[in-house]
Write a new protein. Structure first.
Length: 405
């Protein structure tokens, strides 16, 4: 007899059972939150024109980085073209003391946060480490394994809360990352600990070639927040002011002890997954064309024109700055990096272990021997050249002397 067959078993909660959390306030709105086209006014003077300027820069950045892959200067580049509103809004919603935990597609957010664009591309170039100092910029390294940055963000945010620091963490992930176990673990820990962290899911429709419908049957990713006991927000990811407002509110709530929030931004990547992907194999041109009509840059341009705030001078300045930015990135990326093999042993442990010290000494000895061999070979080449040149030069001089005589 199984437990279910036992006559005394009742698969209902006892009379005293009550839900720990009222789910109603946690549920997302049925429609994505929007600002553009609603008549809403910018909260901060000049904020929307700043969005426009940065979106123009971001679009040009994606174009230039993609071109660098074709020139062999980048190993791979996951473009965020079409998702720039999420990237820019995320960076601008953060305070200087906050932390950003990006995924591999979030280099634009990293650059908007203040990281040098060449350093932001270091990992995708094939260099070691992240390319920048995470503590200086409060930006974690780009995360290539899906969703593993999410528990890291929770840990940092929880530690900040225990120390009494008014710090919030913003963790960015794609819809594909929500199918990983790290997503579940991070959200569960964050909610139980009430960690000051905000999860931003950029739902661009595909996990490489797998559509969202094959990843989840939930009404939206934002609805998953209820199962963890945190609010879920659904926002138009191509509406920069809307994304910025939702993230700002969520981050303020986190800093003041309100706990985590799950934000789903509905967006679309107009380019392929990476330069190595053929997106035509799993999506139609008609689908891409429909989303081009909802381009975040064009949406903001239209709004600013209707408000009389998009002047020809602003357009010219933004495009000129973007071209200067791209030219500087191109020039510096075409310079070969000077790499020190010994740097492999840096940033491994605060105090190197005996094994690391031994390996470091072994490498140093090998490099010294290699340099000595190259010096000997060069000296031998010079000596051989001098030997061959000596008689020939003499004979030439002697012959010239006879001719002169």
């Amino acid at each position: 007899m199984t437990v279910l067959e036992h006559t005394g078993y009742r698969p209902a909660p006892p009379p005293g059972w009550q839900p720990r959390t009222d789910p109603a306030p946690l549920l997302p709105d049925p429609e994505p939150f929007r600002v553009l086209g609603t008549g809403a006014e910018p909260g901060t003077p000049g904020l929307w024109t700043e969005f426009y300027r940065r979106l123009v820069h971001g679009r040009r950045y994606n174009q230039q980085a993609t071109a660098l892959t074709k020139q062999g200067r980048l190993a791979v580049y996951p473009s965020s073209t079409g998702q720039e509103a999420c990237e820019i809004a995320a960076a601008l919603a953060l305070r200087p003391e906050d932390w950003l935990f990006p995924s591999y597609r979030d280099t634009l957010a990293v650059v908007a946060r203040g990281v040098d664009p060449v350093q932001a591309l270091s990992l995708l170039r094939g260099d070691r480490h992240s390319g920048w100092d995470p503590r200086r910029h409060r930006v974690a390294p780009l995360c290539t394994p899906l969703a593993t940055q999410l528990p890291h963000a929770v840990g940092l945010a929880h530690a900040a809360r225990l120390r009494g620091d008014e710090v919030a963490a913003l963790a960015m992930v794609g819809d594909g990352g929500t199918s990983e176990g790290d997503f579940h673990e991070a959200l569960n820990f964050a909610a139980v600990w009430q960690a000051p962290v905000v999860f931003l899911v950029q739902n661009n429709g595909f996990a490489i070639s797998v559509p969202l419908a094959k990843q989840t049957a939930a009404p939206s990713i934002a609805h998953k927040a209820v199962g963890y006991g945190m609010p879920g927000r659904l926002v138009d990811g191509n509406d920069a002011p809307a994304v910025h407002q939702v993230l700002t509110e969520a981050l303020d709530r986190a800093r003041t002890g309100g706990g985590p929030t799950l934000v789903e931004a509905l967006t679309y990547r107009l380019d392929a997954h990476t330069n190595a992907d053929d997106a035509t194999r799993y999506r139609s041109e008609e689908e891409v064309a429909a989303w081009r009509g909802h381009d975040p840059l064009h949406l903001l341009e239209q709004e600013l024109r209707e408000r009389g705030e998009l002047t020809e001078e602003l357009i010219a300045d933004a495009r000129s700055e973007a071209e200067t930015f791209a030219a500087d990135l191109r020039e510096r990326m075409h310079a070969d990096p000077e790499l020190d093999p010994a740097s492999l042993f840096g940033h491994v442990y605060a105090s190197p272990t005996p094994q690391l010290r031994g390996q470091h000494e072994q490498l140093r000895a090998e490099l010294d021997a290699e340099a000595e061999a190259e010096a000997d070979a060069e000296a031998g080449t010079r000596a051989g050249a001098a030997t061959e040149a000596g008689p020939g030069t003499g004979g030439g001089t002697h012959g010239q002397g006879r001719a002169a005589a």
